[in-house]
Structure formats: C-alpha cells, structure tokens
Design a protein around this ligand. Sequence first.
Ligand SMILES: Cc1cc2nc3c(=O)[nH]c(=O)nc-3n(C[C@H](O)[C@H](O)[C@H](O)COP(=O)(O)OP(=O)(O)OC[C@H]3O[C@@H](n4cnc5c(N)ncnc54)[C@H](O)[C@@H]3O)c2cc1C
Length: 400
Amino acid sequence: MSATALEPQVLVAGGGPVGCLFAARLAQAVGPGLAIAVVDRGPLPPVGGPFDPRVVALNEASRRLLAECGLWDRVADQATPYRRMEVWDGEGTGHIAFDCREWDRPDLGHILGVAPLVEAARRRLAELGVVLVESAIVAAERSRPGGPLQLVLADGRRLTAPLVVGAEGARSLVRQACGVGLVERDTGQDAVVCAALVERPHGGAARQWFTRSGPLAFLPVTRPGGDPRAVAVVWSLARPEAERLAALDEAAFRRRLTAASESTLGAVTEVGPRLQSPLCQRHAERYWASGAALIGDAAHTLHPLAGQGVNLGLADAAALAEVLARGVARGLPVDHPSLLARYERRRRADNLLMLAAMEAFQHLFGSRAPALVVARNWGLGLVDRLPLLKGALVRRALGV
Ligand SMILES: Cc1cc2nc3c(=O)[nH]c(=O)nc-3n(C[C@H](O)[C@H](O)[C@H](O)COP(=O)(O)OP(=O)(O)OC[C@H]3O[C@@H](n4cnc5c(N)ncnc54)[C@H](O)[C@@H]3O)c2cc1C
C-alpha cells in the first residue's frame, strides 16, 4: 500500500505504546485482509543525561500481551524486572513491602523505557503490514455532521477511514472532534521526572516514599553496561514546589532527593535533565462515537503513583482489538456501533475503579491531618501483616 493512495479501514491516530500495540494486535488477529495505518509525529525527542528517564512499569498482563504480539523477546533485555516493592510513609513509621517470593513469582513487573518499547513496536508493525505515516496531526474533523472523521496532517494530506482510533494521548484531537467530554480533575501537582544514579545497587526493588511534598518513586533501571545503581525518578509535587525544585541547581536537587529518599540507597550522585509535566486525572465521558474509538491516555489519564497508566491503556488496546476481530469474523463492519459499545462495556468499569483508587490514595497520602497520618501508618502496617489482603493487592497490580 503506497502512502499516497492510503485507504485504510482502521486509522490509528498516535503511535505511542497503546496505539502501536492495538494496531499490532488487530493486524495479528485479522490478518492482511484489513488495511490498518498508524499516524505519529515521529520518534520521541531525545533527553540527555545518564539515560532516558521516560519509563513505564509493565505488569504481568501487559508483558503477556507484548509476548503475544511477538514483541517481548525484542525488548526483554532492556527491561528491568522488579522483584520487590517497598512503600514508606515519610510522615511516620508506616511501611509495606511486597516480595515476589511471597507470591511464588519470578518478579512483580518490569520497568521498560518508552523509547525502546515504541521503536520495537513500530518495527513489528512494518512486519505485520501496518503502514506508519510519520507526520503531525494538526486537526481532526468531520467534513459534514455525521460524516467520517478525517485527520489533517502537517504535510497537507487528509486521511480517513471507516474507523479512526484516538490513541494520541491526553490531548486527543480525535476525542475533541467527536465532541466527547471529559471528567477532569487537576491534582494541583506536577511530576518531576529524571534519571539518577545512587550510591548503592537498587537490588531490583521499586521504592516509593510518601513525602511531605508528595509521592517520590525510584524505579530500578539497568543502564547499558549493567550498572545496577540507576533509577528513574518520578516525584509528584504541589505545583509551586515542583517549580522550585525544577529551578534548583543540580547539587541542591541531588541533596533534596537524597533527603526525601531517606538515604535508603545512599546519596544521589548524578541526575539527568528534569522533565516536568502537570498531573491531571481525566476520564472521557464515552469511549466511542460514530466511526471513532478512544484508547489509552486519549480515554483516561491517572496519577502515576501506582504506575498503572500504560497497563490500563494496553488492556484497552487488547480489548478493542479482540472485539473488532470477532466482529470482522462475523461479517460486521469495523465501525459497527455494537462493537464499539461492547469495547466500552469491557473497559470502563476497570478504568473507573483505578481512577477512583488513585484519587483516594492521593487524598489519604496527601493529607497532613494527624488522624489520617495515624490511620495510614496503622493501615500500611496492618496490610503488611494480612497475607490475604496483600495477595489481593498484588494480584490487582499484576493484572492477573
Ligand atoms: C510523569 C509520568 C510518569 C508516568 N509513569 C508511569 C509508570 O511508571 N508506569 C505506567 O504504566 N505509566 C506511567 N505513566 C503513564 C504512561 O506514560 C501513559 O499512560 C502512557 O504513555 C500512555 O500511552 P499512550 O500510547 O496512550 O499515549 P502516549 O504515550 O501519550 O502516546 C501518544 C502518541 O501519540 C503521538 N501524538 C500525540 N499527538 C499527536 C499529533 N498531534 N500528531 C501526531 N502524533 C501525535 C505522540 O507522538 C505519541 O507517540 C506516567 C505518566 C507521567 C506523566
């Protein structure tokens, strides 16, 4: 299929982790009979420093999905398994630890860079016959009310398809063109993200401190060369505090990180450039409209404190691909409303539950009210001693 005569039946706006996995899964399930194209503005812009801090935490369900799409083997050597998860309440003595050995598992999940994941996924798309169009989408519109959606590209082309899937992240133009509203809550926080080196090896543990300023995570990363002292830092802070931190010189910022992480891994010895992004929880009022569906961050964004964003998006991608493949096998058109409504039914409750849980967590751990500080310290200790409840939490996080 040449790019000039592109007439896909499914057009995916956004070739991030979720858009790529959706296209790969659908192409695999339906075969070459269904023309699929993905539009993305191009590779992720590079970030300097010890390594790229843009990482995601993949749970077991997401890892399996990658394996089924023929992707896991290509990225496994760049993924860092985490076998332990430790959480501290920085305002007290509360502490909880999850160790994969307690659950008879080899790991609790994997930390993987977004760039290697997307790069491998795009190569897989080419093998599956999915066309990747590299151009920015400048607008999404309908030429007439109720007509098909068109994507207007920066290179002047207009692309359309019976089904356009919005997978272009939080600022989805497809969602806006469909007039789908958002339930939106600004958390009042920004995330400060960077790469860092610490004194002591991370030991394959993901760590999180609920500090006075906000949750701070050190996610274990294996740098090329195998240095086990590399961590990806995600610190969610009240916006003015995030701005102050972002403006600190490197030495002062390292000292703040060392103090907030209670020197658990010794001093922070090196940090890369800091990326800052506002944290909003958003949930689309619908996941579909005539000739369009929304997946991943285009449908929902949530606080990164549980590292579940990409896992929810990949579950959307798998569900939509499966529903469409079954519909096509029954002779239904890919944009049949019954299929799109079924996709929404499959995913909405799960996503809503996670969004609500993140909101409750943020409220509980964001509070300095003495009663809440006591309650959460007591709660963390209690959950740590209740294997059944802990098991339920672990199964939920693993997605199995
Ligand atoms: C600070 C922070 C930390 C996070 N940490 C974690 C974590 O530890 N674990 C986890 O699971 N999740 C985490 N997340 C969430 C996770 O990054 C997202 O949920 C995930 O990236 C969503 O994938 P997506 O493919 O839906 O969207 P995106 O990753 O946003 O991808 C969208 C794609 O669309 C393309 N695109 C967008 N607009 C256009 C346009 N106009 N024209 C052309 N192309 C376009 C982009 O180039 C991109 O490739 C974090 C998020 C933040 C903000």
